[in-house]
Design a protein around this ligand. Structure first.
Ligand code: UFG
Length: 324
């Protein structure tokens, strides 16, 4: 297939581009490089440095794209509470412009990076796709809004749309001479921050809150290896059906507390990571654990690298050779 990958210079977009190319697809990456890295773009991909709001430059009528995979977006839940306007603009207004371009160019399929943050504090665990959606942060609200836009688009204009709701993505793609991983500046995610501390780039780790209603009082998240997540996009491309908006949660179904993550990071890195308990971060739900039963059943997706050890050790290996 001829594919447009927005955000292909970012973490999940660059790993997925690698898998798409290896599967024989033709990939064009569209990325404005505001948070992505030119060096993360697969060398075999055509690269267009542009904003998603200007996607019509590439998605011209007759351009013949079979699908758009839309990864580009802002992802820091904490920042979305202090700069919400940025999130509404980038994740909603610009994504709607991308959807206009998709419609005008007659692209039949659309795969969207949605998020567990759409659910907010879950009423029941594990979280299924039908669970109540009550985001506790602006980031989740913007992703949910675009999910709704995709539902209407699919029904009204016969688009084959799939939203993949990622839980907490971790690890790096390390195979066949390729090493592709996570680099954010500034870094806000727990696992890469523990690695920064392990590498001596940061003095200590702050755990945001230890008074949550969880076993050890710290937040619980469901971590998924980026390679497993990327694979789900290829399955979603095959499953996408005209006139339908399918939605799948992607996680392992196991929750790990922030303290447990630090313990495993200590084992993997061999560094005694100094930890300080800090106040809660605004907008953080206590526990997010996925039911991915639907993705297993309808996509045939099975996560393979599902231990925290595997994820943190791949992330550490990437961090030491490419980031530190
Ligand atoms: N945390 C700390 N200290 C830090 C950084 C994070 O204690 O220095 C805590 C957070 O408060 C939270 C947990 O670690 O309790 C995980 O936080 P992350 O920022 O790593 O990830 P989030 O769960 O906030 O969000 C991530 C992605 C979102 C996605 C979400 C789904 O960034 O895109 O997972 O669960 F929607």
């Amino acid at each position: 297939m001829k594919l447009l990958v927005t955000g292909g210079a970012g973490y999940v977009g660059s790993v997925t581009s690698r898998l798409l190319l290896d599967a024989g697809h033709e990939v064009t990456v569209l990325d404005n490089l505001v948070t992505g890295f030119r060096s993360a773009v697969a060398p075999e991909a055509t690269f267009v440095e542009a904003d998603i709001a200007d996607a019509a430059q590439v998605l011209t009528p007759g351009s013949g794209f079979d699908a758009v995979l839309h990864f580009a977006g802002l992802i820091a839940a904490g920042e979305s509470m202090t700069k919400p306007e940025k999130y509404w603009h980038d994740n909603v207004v610009k994504s709607l412009a991308l959807l206009d371009a998709v419609r005008a160019a007659g692209v039949p399929r659309f795969i969207f990076s949605s998020t567990a943050a759409v659910y907010g504090n879950p009423v029941e665990l594990p979280i299924t796709e039908n669970a109540v959606k009550a985001p506790t942060n602006t980031y989740g609200a913007t992703k949910l809004t675009f999910d709704h836009a995709l539902t209407s688009e699919a029904f009204a204009h016969n688009l084959a749309a799939v939203s993949l709701r990622y839980f907490n993505v971790a690890g790096a793609y390390i195979a066949d001479g390729h090493e592709i991983g996570e680099r954010h500046d500034p870094e806000t995610h727990l696992i890469p921050i523990t690695l920064q501390v392990a590498a001596g780039k940061r003095e200590k780790l702050q755990i945001f809150g230890d008074d949550y209603p969880t076993a050890d009082g710290t937040c619980v998240r469901d971590y998924i290896h980026v390679q497993d997540l990327a694979r789900a996009h290829l399955l979603a491309l095959d499953a996408a059906t005209a006139g339908e908006h399918r939605i799948y949660n992607l996680g392992n179904g196991n929750g790990f507390s922030n303290r447990q993550v630090v313990e495993v990071a200590r084992e993997v890195t061999g560094v005694e990571l100094p930890v300080e308990i800090a106040p809660r971060r605004e907008g953080d739900p206590a526990t997010l654990v996925a039911s991915s039963a639907l993705a297993r059943e309808e996509l045939g997706w099975v996560p393979e690298k599902n231990t925290l050890q595997a994820m943190i050790s791949d992330a550490w290996s990437f961090y030491r050779s490419h980031v530190a």
